[in-house]
Write a protein that binds this ligand. Structure first.
Ligand code: BG6
Length: 487
């Protein structure tokens, strides 16, 4: 465990949902692990007038319950609280920033990280205010939460404004999927083993399927979700990043820019969508009432903060193509949705069948090999092979080689934000998104957003607790393929 130098971490949006659910718990775990230096300070900044005691009470009420029960320790929690301070900061109030600057002091040797966990509408103003009170020192850095803007134009204007104050190497654009242990394990699997690389191309692979399925609905984030939708919330960032890691060429090293260069090449090779492609290669859905895990749930349109005539999508399926020698003619089927049957994140790699089968067709010899890399909820890997069924007939049956990573490594897994926050403080950019990657991802999804909007058609509805709209099955069945749960 690499320790971290003296730091001040300022969290804008310090009373917000992300801070309570993820950021403060992640910092608490790192505190307990002894990774934070004695003088590491956490300063929550929020618009509410509150003193430090008030904030600590708020934290007790709102954040503590998100800690894993088994890892909670009263005296550690109290010691952790000692690091925390609160400052009232309104993005448009210069005086508030002067107070913040005084609180931080002028030690240029200290790492100062500004985590912007507010609406992106405030990012530009906050950065300008930080600059005006001389807080942007060479050791300062800024962390930007996703989604950054609503499209390429708004994302570019935020990036321009932030870039006018911070250099690119000081900007940490978070995509928390990159901080997940299993996502990094994907890199380890691909580039730490000689086994896969010779098979990792269109000669051997028939298609790749990436699923990020959730059981939760929009929860208390209706207003945010209504403006965002699944394409911007999940596809433009998390799914596209997963796709890059699956599809990229082996980088020459793990150096941040080398890895990001390779991901960028994939993004640039994604085949752009014409309006006709959007009709034939994408599906958007919206959940209606149903039951998840046996519990009745309301439909999207009945959720709090949702316009009852909303066309916002809660489900997306896309057939993507990557125009490179390695991936020519290999479809990448991507899908994500809320209120689906199971919570599962997985990458399924379907291999081509054997070129010539010597076994009679009745023996199911044509079932192709499949590699399933499961990222959530349990991390593991399955290799589907064919083996002879015991008996006097030459019958082939599918068998699974099953690897459960939590069984193999019996250690506690870091949560994505634990790792990413430590990377910010240590200055490691590998797991953060560079501006050109983000721009390329927007460029790829923009024609989809535009065509959906122009069509005026509502999303296809699906019952909560199922695997999404029937049109998503049709999308893949048309190519004589099926989603994993369809067999
Ligand atoms: C967030 C999205 O980025 O990722 C949420 O805004 C989504 O809508 C979440 O629920 C999923 O993350 P995880 O780590 O639970 O898979």
């Amino acid at each position: 465990m690499q320790s971290v130098n003296s730091f001040d971490l300022v969290i804008f949006g310090g009373t917000g949902d992300l801070a309570m659910r993820k950021l403060l718990p992640a910092l608490y775990y790192r505190h307990c692990a002894g990774q934070l230096p004695e003088d590491g300070r956490i300063i929550a900044a929020g618009r509410g007038a509150m003193d430090r005691e008030g904030y600590l009470g708020f934290l007790d009420e709102k954040s503590r319950r998100h800690l894993r029960q088994a890892e909670f320790n009263e005296s550690q929690w109290r010691a952790f609280s000692e690091r925390i301070d609160y400052v009232k900061v309104d993005a448009s109030n210069a005086d508030d920033f002067r107070v913040l600057a005084e609180r931080l002091g002028h030690d240029e040797q200290r790492v100062r990280a500004f985590y912007l966990s507010t609406s992106p509408d405030f990012f530009a103003e906050i950065c300008q205010q930080l600059h005006a009170v001389d807080l942007v020192t060479p050791k300062a850095r800024v962390v930007l939460e996703k989604p950054l803007g609503r499209d390429l134009a708004s994302s570019s204007s935020i990036n321009e404004a932030v870039g006018a104050v911070f250099a690119e190497h000081q900007i940490y654009r978070i995509d928390h999927y990159l901080g997940k242990e299993p996502v990094q394990n994907l890199m380890a699997l691909r580039f730490g083993n000689a086994l896969f690389e010779p098979l990792w191309n269109s000669n051997r692979i028939r298609d790749v399927q990436i699923t990020v399925a959730e059981q939760i609905g929009v929860e208390e984030r209706g207003e945010f979700y209504e403006r965002t939708g699944a394409l911007r919330d999940m596809v433009q960032n998390h799914i596209v990043q997963l796709l890059c890691i699956v599809a990229m060429e082996p980088p020459i090293s793990i150096d941040p820019d080398i890895v990001r260069d390779e991901k960028l090449k994939v993004l640039r090779a994604l085949r752009p969508f014409t309006p006709e492609d959007v009709v034939s290669r994408t599906v958007r859905g919206q959940y209606r009432a149903g039951a998840v895990n046996g519990q009745p749930v309301v439909g999207y349109l009945q959720e709090q903060g949702i316009d009852p005539s909303s066309h916002t999508e809660t489900y997306v399926a896309i057939k993507a193509e990557i125009g490179t020698w390695r991936w020519a003619s290999v479809p990448f089927y991507l899908r994500t949705g809320k209120r689906l049957q199971e919570r599962v994140t997985e990458v399924v790699v379907n291999f081509r069948p054997v070129p010539h089968s010597i076994f009679p067709s009745a023996s199911r010899a044509s079932t192709p090999n499949r590699l399933v890399i499961r990222l959530q909820p349990d991390e593991g890997m399955e290799l589907h092979l064919l083996a002879k069924e015991p008996g006097d007939q030459m019958n082939l049956k599918p068998v699974h080689l099953n690897l459960d990573f939590s069984e193999s490594f019996k250690t506690r897994q870091l949560e994505a934000y634990e790792r990413l926050l430590m990377d910010v403080l240590r200055g490691n950019l590998t797991l953060f998104v560079r501006r050109d990657e983000l721009d390329a991802a927007w460029r790829w999804v923009e024609p989809i957003m535009a065509a959906w909007q122009k069509s005026g058609e509502p999303p296809k509805t699906y019952t909560s607790g199922t695997w999404g709209p029937a049109a998503a099955s049709a999308l893949i069945n048309r190519d004589a393929r099926s989603w994993p749960e369809e067999g």
